[in-house]
Write a protein that binds this ligand. Structure first.
Ligand code: NAI
Ligand code: 1HS
Length: 255
C-alpha cells in the first residue's frame, strides 16, 4: 500500500462520524489501518465496515472516552486488531452554548470530561507503547474556540483552550521519545452533526451573515479540509512539527 501513511496504525476517537470519519477515509487512502473508537459502537462498526468494503483496513469499537477502563480496553483491542499503534487522533468532543453568568456547572463538567479527560485518557493508554517503540504521532483537535473568545460559548472556549495548551505540554515532554504531539484548530465545519447544532442554533439570514463575516474566506470549512491537515500532522511530512497549533479556519483567527 502506498501513501504518506503506508503501514501506519492509527486510532481515531469519535471516528464513527463527522470530522473523525472523514479523517479515517483520508488516512486509509494514504495507506493506514484505522481503529474507530466511538460512543456509538454500532456506527463505529458500520463506518469501519464501509472502509473495509473500499479495500481499507479498519476496525470499530464502542467506547466512551471519559471511561478509564473502557478506554484502556478499547485501546488494547485496537492494538491487537491493527498489530500495533503508531498514531492517535484525539477527535471526540462535544460543544454547547452558555455564558459564564447563565450556564450550569453540569454543562461545564460534561464538556471538560469529553474534550479534556477524553484527550488525556486515550493519550495515557497509547503513550507507554509509543515510548517503548520510540515513535508515535498524536494529534489533538482544538478549535478556533481554543484560541479566541466566542460569545455564548464559555465552557467550550475554556476546554478547547485546555486542549490547545495540553498539546504544548505533551509535545514538550514526549518529543525526546520520538513522539510528536500537535493540534488542529478548525473553524466551523457546517456539514457534521456538531456543525448542524452550531449553525442551527440561529438560522436567520442575519445570524448566518454575522457568523460568515468572521471568516475571511467567506465560507465554513469542509470536513475533508480538516482531515487533510490531520493526515499531514500524523505523517512524516510534518517531521519537524512539534507542539504546532495549526489553524484550519479560513482565516478566522488571523483577524
Ligand atoms: P460530531 O458531533 O459530528 O462527531 C463527533 C463524534 O464523536 C460522534 O461520532 C460522537 O458519537 C463521538 N463522541 C461524542 N462523545 C463521545 C464520547 N464521550 N466518547 C466517544 N465518542 C464520542 O462532531 P464533529 O463536528 O465531527 O467534531 C469533531 C471534533 O472537532 C470535536 O472535538 C469538535 O469539538 C471539533 N471541532 C468541530 C468543529 C465543527 O464546526 N464541526 C469546529 C472545530 C472543532
Ligand atoms: C464548534 C467549532 O469548534 C467551532 S466554534 C466557532 C463558532 S463561530 O465563530 O463560527 O460562530
Amino acid at each position: 500500500m502506498s501513501g504518506k501513511l503506508a503501514g501506519r496504525k492509527i486510532i481515531i476517537t469519535g471516528g464513527a462520524a463527522g470530522i473523525g470519519f472523514m479523517t479515517a477515509k483520508v488516512l486509509v487512502r494514504e495507506g493506514a489501518a484505522v481503529a474507530l473508537l466511538d460512543l456509538d459502537g454500532a456506527k463505529a462498526t458500520a463506518s469501519a465496515k464501509s472502509l473495509t468494503a473500499d479495500g481499507g483496513k479498519a476496525f470499530g469499537f464502542g467506547v466512551n472516552v471519559t471511561d478509564e477502563a473502557a478506554v484502556n480496553a478499547a485501546v488494547a483491542a485496537a492494538r491487537t486488531a491493527m498489530g500495533g499503534i503508531d498514531g492517535l487522533f484525539n477527535n471526540a468532543g462535544i460543544a454547547g452554548f452558555g455564558s459564564v453568568h447563565d450556564s450550569s456547572p453540569a454543562s461545564w463538567q460534561a464538556m471538560w470530561d469529553v474534550n479534556v479527560i477524553g484527550t488525556y485518557l486515550p493519550s495515557r493508554a497509547v503513550l507507554p507503547g509509543m515510548i517503548e517503540q520510540k515513535h508515535g504521532a498524536i494529534v489533538n483537535v482544538g478549535s478556533v474556540a481554543g484560541v479566541v473568545g466566542i460569545p455564548t460559548m464559555a465552557a467550550y472556549c475554556a476546554v478547547k483552550g485546555a486542549v490547545v495548551n495540553l498539546t504544548r505540554q505533551m509535545a514538550a515532554e514526549y518529543a525526546k521519545h520520538g513522539i510528536r504531539v500537535n493540534c488542529v484548530c478548525p473553524g466551523t465545519v457546517g456539514e457534521t452533526a456538531m456543525g448542524h447544532f452550531l449553525v442551527g442554533s440561529d438560522t436567520s439570514a442575519e445570524a448566518m451573515a454575522r457568523r460568515l463575516a468572521k471568516y475571511p474566506l467567506g465560507r465554513f470549512g469542509k470536513a475533508e479540509e480538516i482531515a487533510e491537515a490531520v493526515a499531514f500532522l500524523l505523517s512524516d511530512a510534518s517531521s519537524y512539527c512539534v507542539g504546532s497549533i495549526l489553524a484550519v479556519d479560513g482565516g478566522m483567527t488571523a483577524i
